[in-house]
Design a protein around this ligand. Structure first.
Ligand code: G4F
Length: 328
């Protein structure tokens, strides 16, 4: 039975990946920090098969101990401060966890190593935020980076240090440059889930308005459940490499809004939405659209859920979720 070790196990991607790997017969271990992590209970209920291992991306010793204990075949580094807006307020923390955390994880993998004939394979969750103020459209693996947030800058470091450890020490280390990926497990602070959840609450009479920032930003939005398969595929190849994972389509925040209200049968979104400067960012990423050709040709990966289906899935989930909360 192969063993996977996942950092960021309680996040959207960690939970999708744990389910995916469990379905493929993996032993799944997830790293969690803190003595009384409030998310431990949620994890136990949702994914009882996950073995929780203590550790912290800010603490190299804890990472070494965790890997020694687990002896993983595959290490998925999904842990990060992942909310771009927050990274402007906690830039140093973001640099430490999202940037230096990758270096610590790689170093732990290098130190522990794994058996000669079965070295640990490493996946780094890189991000389309690295493209930032984009230099070309669409963005591919060779597009230069121009990050626009402390988060994006930290991810650029994580990406380059992953490539550097591959080239310097021969580690099987891959970087997946994932464009935005969403779904019902998405945190409520991200714009897609904020829209579907608040719109459902307005429909049910719980909330009266939806307060947002920039509606013009465009993103290449896919379904998180499709994207974790790409992570796994990257670690099953003969040679490690880096891949863009995206749908190849872009839509504005306004389009997402429009479709959400349409699918809830609420008509025009404008009477319900107010814009507030506090949700605008000091520097914005205006347009992201990825070119996933390399992943399609070399990994045989392609997204299965389209934009309309994604919005419908999230709207349906949030309507059911908020209705159930009302009944309680
Ligand atoms: O949903 P968002 O917060 O996602 P963002 O910033 O694109 O980052 C996500 O995707 C990245 C991949 O490119 C990941 F690396 C990262 O970890 C994260 O998962 O914001 C999307 C857009 C932005 O342009 C933002 O300015 O929506 C705009 N927006 C407008 N109003 C808002 C809001 N975003 C949020 N979170 N909340 C608003 O009220």
């Amino acid at each position: 039975m192969p063993t996977a070790f996942i950092t960021g196990i309680t996040g959207q991607d960690g939970r999708h990946l744990a389910e995916f790997l469990h379905g493929r017969g993996y032993r799944v271990c997830g790293m969690m920090k803190g003595q009384h992590n409030p998310r431990a209970e949620m994890l136990r209920d949702e994914l009882p098969f996950v073995e929780v291992v203590p550790g912290d991306l800010n603490d190299l010793t804890s990472l070494v101990k965790a890997i020694e204990q687990v002896q993983p075949d595959e290490f998925y580094n999904l842990g990060a401060i992942s909310f771009v807006a927050m990274s402007f307020n906690q830039a140093e923390l973001t640099a430490n966890v999202t940037g230096l955390g990758v270096l610590r994880a790689l170093e732990a993998v290098r130190i522990v190593g794994g058996p000669q004939n079965n070295p640990i394979r490493f996946y780094q969750a890189s991000s389309s935020e690295m493209f930032g103020k984009v230099r070309e459209v669409p963005q591919n693996e060779l597009t230069p980076f121009h990050p626009r947030s402390p988060y994006g800058v930290a991810k650029v470091f994580g990406h380059h240090i992953t490539v550097n450890y591959r080239e310097s020490y021969g580690l099987y280390a891959c970087s997946g440059i994932l464009f935005n990926h969403e779904g019902p497990k998405r945190g409520l602070e991200f714009v897609t889930r904020k829209i579907t959840n608040t719109a459902a609450r307005i429909k049910l009479g719980v909330d009266r308005e939806l307060v947002l920032g920039n509606l013009d930003a465009k993103r290449d939005w896919g379904y998180a459940g499709d994207y974790v398969k790409a992570m796994w595929l990257m670690l099953q190849q003969d040679q490690p490499d880096d891949y863009v994972i995206a749908t190849g389509e872009t839509h504005s925040v306004e389009e997402f809004l429009e479709l959400t209200f349409e699918q809830l049968g609420m008509g025009d979104w404008r009477p319900y939405v107010r814009q507030d400067p506090k949700f605008f960012r000091p520097a914005e990423v205006d347009l992201l659209i990825g070119d996933p050709t390399k992943a399609r040709e070399q990994l045989g990966w392609r997204p299965e859920v389209g934009f309309r289906e994604l919005v419908a899935m999230m709207v349906e989930h949030d309507l059911a979720y908020e209705s159930a909360r009302l009944r309680r």
